[in-house]
Design a protein around this ligand. Structure first.
Ligand code: NAG
Ligand code: NAG
Ligand code: NAG
Ligand code: NAG
Ligand code: NAG
Ligand code: NAG
Length: 350
């Protein structure tokens, strides 16, 4: 595992100096797994722009919820970009042409998800921000923006907070008394379908939709619910599987309905549970000292000294080491189950 990750890292630093990206632009929709600073100036508890976040990142604590690069930072590098995709909160002028990151910690498919942490940018608001970007691109290019935006890669990773910061917070949110897990997956997928259609309507033609991970195996959820002797909180993982089981067919539906678009499904469960995975890494403890209420790092506490041997940096978020392994397989599938029908490398080449 360790050796394999080091090879990936070498590859990446090679790519960094290799000139032009494979595609002109990369747009990112998501939650804390992808946020690179959009929450910094919001009135919210969902923040990470303080040490020890960013301890292994060139610019320090930027609002990334990990020690180093996020998955989407690494995907941007693999696509050949020489800069990280800037957050919508600060992207201005021609920066916008290479893409924008709209992701917001604690955000969900549903507007209310994560709201107990304060102001966050739900997927609906992220799409509204993208519409602003579309008009900025039109202005810069002097019209003809759709021919440009058609060539970009879009990644969308949403849904975790609709479970962790909604359905599985029954004291704050009523959804678990309104819906069974099956019904909840249905309503989420219906709403997600409309949102992905909106994104298509704004010119997206190469879209990677990232499935939910093993949410019930995060240290924060294990400490909140206990596991009844299992390795993880099974009811949370089971609910996430119901969602994923509808998401993959939805991606296929987009491909059959819209012949001018390529959608693909990144199978987070498969990547986490097959192949090298995270074998040999510590998964039952977090690298930083965690605030029990929030699951994020306690500000200014010294984290573990060797970040490369941990799966989790805080109560929810993987370390850069794990992000490297995940991004490598989303970009260039190791097993056919990692991504279907395309990995991101193929999505870029089509
Ligand atoms: C921004 O990009 C446009 C189109 O490529 C170009 O004409 C313009 O000179 C650029 N502006 C700056 C400030 O780089
Ligand atoms: C619009 O973009 C297409 C594809 O890049 C190009 O062939 C065409 O000339 C452009 N039209 C204008 C008016 O710039
Ligand atoms: C543990 O088991 C009990 C009884 O089967 C169940 O009600 C509870 O939801 C389980 N807890 C978790 C975290 O799965
Ligand atoms: C695909 O087309 C079918 C038949 O018209 C329709 O019922 C379905 O909602 C469409 N799906 C998407 C994702 O557009
Ligand atoms: C984590 O797992 C290891 C190996 O199974 C064990 O030795 C250790 O005590 C566990 N640590 C905690 C904090 O549970
Ligand atoms: C961290 O742990 C890895 C794996 O055991 C080891 O190869 C590496 O030398 C360690 N790094 C530091 C700085 O201790």
């Amino acid at each position: 595992m360790a050796i394999w990750l080091f090879l990936v890292a070498l590859n990446l630093s090679g790519r960094l100096v290799l000139g032009a990206p494979q595609i002109p632009c990369y747009f990112i929709f998501g939650d804390s797994l992808a946020d690179d600073g959009n929450n910094n100036n919001l009135l919210t508890l969902a923040k990470s722009n303080y040490p020890p976040y960013g301890i292994d990142f060139s610019d320090g604590a930027t609002g990334r919820f990990t020690n180093g690069r996020t998955i989407v930072d690494i995907i941007a590098q693999l696509l050949g970009f020489d800069k990280y995709i800037p957050p919508f909160a600060t992207a201005r002028g021609n920066d916008t042409l290479q893409g924008v990151n709209y992701a917001s910690g604690a955000a969900g498919i549903r507007d209310e998800s994560g709201q107990q942490q304060g102001d966050i940018i739900s997927l609906n608001r992220q799409l509204g921000n993208h519409l602003i970007t579309v008009s900025r691109v039109r202005e810069i290019l002097g019209g003809n923006e759709s021919a440009y935006l058609n060539k970009c890669i879009y990644t969308v990773g949403m849904g975790s907070n609709d479970y962790l910061n909604n359905y599985f917070m029954p004291n704050i949110y009523p959804t678990s008394s309104m819906y069974t897990p099956e019904q909840y997956a249905d309503v989420l997928i219906k709403q997600y379908k409309q949102q992905l259609k909106t994104l298509y309507g704004y010119g997206a033609r190469k879209v990677a939709v990232i499935g939910l991970g093993l949410l019930g195996c995060t240290p924060a959820e294990i400490s909140r619910f206990g596991t009844n002797g299992s390795a993880c909180v099974d009811k949370i993982n089971n609910a996430a599987v119901l969602f994923n089981n509808q998401l993959q067919p939805l991606v296929n539906e987009f491909n059959s309905n819209f012949s001018d678009a390529k959608f693909t499904y990144i199978n987070t469960f498969a990547i986490s549970t097959t192949g090298p995975g995270t074998a040999g890494l510590i998964s039952n403890a977090t690298c930083c000292k965690v605030d029990k209420e929030l699951g994020t790092c306690i500000p200014y506490e010294t984290p573990c000294s060797n970040r490369t041997i941990y799966v989790f940096y805080d109560g929810f978020h993987p370390t850069e080491t794990v992000n490297l392994g995940f991004a490598a397989r989303a970009y260039n599938a190791l097993l056919p189950s990692d991504a279907s029908p395309y990995d991101i490398r193929n999505l870029a080449m089509i």
